[in-house]
Design a binder for this molecule. Structure first.
Ligand code: SAH
Length: 415
């Protein structure tokens, strides 16, 4: 099956960008994918009139008979995920299994001796296995597919996965529902399906740089935890020494909170709108030998909390602010920037002179410069802070030079 690309899409593929959007497919050429706007209820255009989701397609463009190979998606905005730009080897489950083995072997080296049992085993496009994300939680692994093109491959990949992960102590493999459906709050969309091995525990404790952390595999966010903040949690632990009052906004399962408490903070206030998240955080505190009753867990909207805290005259000398993505799409960007600004203005009002502010954004549509602009002097209404450091995601969330969408995490430390 051949898919003929526009010049722009072909240039992106040559640079190593792993996505071909549907509008990057050229009209013309006898084997080209049919183009044209879809009317309501009409089927999506199909490669060569016959490709189904998960089929291998060959990419070509004007003057380039072979650009590479990828997998076809008949429905989503990303029509092809590019897997290779060479003729050999063939794109089959063996080639995919080899790439996965490479991804796993890298982690063996990265996490040896680090007292860490939870990490991303495969970061999809960033590990050159587009659309396939695998997170490890000790003896369990959770697979998540972005898009459907690898779904028809799962049965064939599973024996390879079970063997490679089993050799590393992973006993059970589960499948998290697709990212797009998991984004909707319905419980059905978040279901964890069993793929291999003994049943996955609903929740378990993992280790992260020497800290115990409860992970809710059955109902948690993402595949259970925000593994991308691992190193930033360790940074917060180091920054917390001697801080009297710490505020962790959007605290979820309390990863930053327990890090601050273990780092020596006097009193840590965790704020999240979900009370179940606090219950999990408190179990994590106890597991680490920290008495949760010496700290505060507030179930509230973060904006409301900040307004009331300001009115009360409360001040904090370390604040961590890691909200959910405000910009799920490019179109949502202006509104998202406004929301970050409002949030940061309110945060700055309760930050002590001499205090530290750790502000995070997990939206790829917001660049580091965009994000810093929501932390400028006018927004914070003060002129005593400097950008001490800008961090991102750790090595188990690798990206590709051309795949800017993969570099989504910003973690700015202001002091
Ligand atoms: N900082 C966390 C991840 C945050 S995820 C960590 O490192 O693990 C986002 C969290 O924000 C979720 O737990 C969600 O319940 C919470 N949340 C979403 N909107 C909120 C709001 N308006 N106020 C308070 N919490 C909110």
């Amino acid at each position: 099956m051949r898919v003929h690309l526009t010049a722009t899409a072909a240039a992106a593929v040559r640079r190593g960008h792993p996505w071909v959007y549907r509008d990057g497919i050229a009209g013309g050429g006898e084997n080209a994918v049919q183009r044209g706007e879809r009317r309501r209820g009409e089927r999506a255009p199909r490669a060569g009139g016959a490709a189904a989701t998960g089929d291998v397609v060959e990419l070509s463009a004007e003057g380039a008979p072979f650009l590479g190979r990828g997998l076809w998606d008949a429905e989503s905005a990303i029509a092809v995920r590019v897997f290779q730009r060479t003729q050999a080897p063939p794109l089959d489950e063996r080639a995919l299994a080899e790439r996965l083995e490479r991804a796993f072997a890298l982690r063996d080296g990265w996490f040896a001796g680090r007292d860490t049992t939870a990490y991303r085993l495969c970061n999809g496009e960033g590990d050159r296995v587009p659309s396939l994300v695998i997170d490890r939680y000790d003896r369990a692994a959770v697979v998540r597919l972005d898009g459907e093109m690898l779904a028809p491959w799962l049965d064939r990949l599973l024996p390879h996965l079970a063997r490679a992960l089993g050799a590393r102590g992973v006993r059970s493999i589960g499948l998290r529902a697709r990212a797009s459906s998991a984004a909707s709050a319905d419980a059905e969309g978040k279901k964890l399906a069993h793929l291999h091995g003994p049943p996955l525990p609903d929740r378990l404790f993992v280790r992260e740089t020497g800290v115990a952390m409860e992970v809710d595999l059955a109902r948690g966010q993402k595949t259970g935890a925000f593994l991308d903040q691992r190193e930033n949690r360790a940074r917060v632990r180091a920054l917390a020494a001697g801080r009297r009052r710490v505020l962790n906004l959007f605290s979820y399962a309390g990863g930053f909170s327990v890090a601050a408490a273990l780092g020596g903070a006097g009193r840590v206030t965790s704020v999240d709108s979900a009370s179940a998240a606090h219950a999990s955080a408190q179990r994590t505190f106890r597991e680490n030998g920290v008495d949760p009753s010496a700290h505060d867990f507030v179930t509230a909207d973060a904006f409301d909390f900040l307004e009331k805290a300001h009115a009360r005259g409360d001040r904090y000398d370390l604040i961590i602010c890691d909200p959910p993505s405000f910009a799920p799409s490019e179109r949502a960007k202006p509104r998202a920037l406004g929301a970050y600004r409002r949030l940061h203005t309110a945060v700055a009002r309760v930050l002590d002179r001499g205090g530290l502010l750790c502000a995070a954004s997990c939206s790829s549509h917001i660049t580091a410069e965009d994000f810093l602009a929501t932390l400028d002097d006018a927004t914070l209404e003060r002129d005593d802070l400097r950008v001490r450091a800008i961090h991102g995601q750790p090595e188990d969330h690798p990206t590709l030079p051309a795949w800017w969408e993969g570099r989504y995490l910003k973690f700015v430390v202001l002091e």
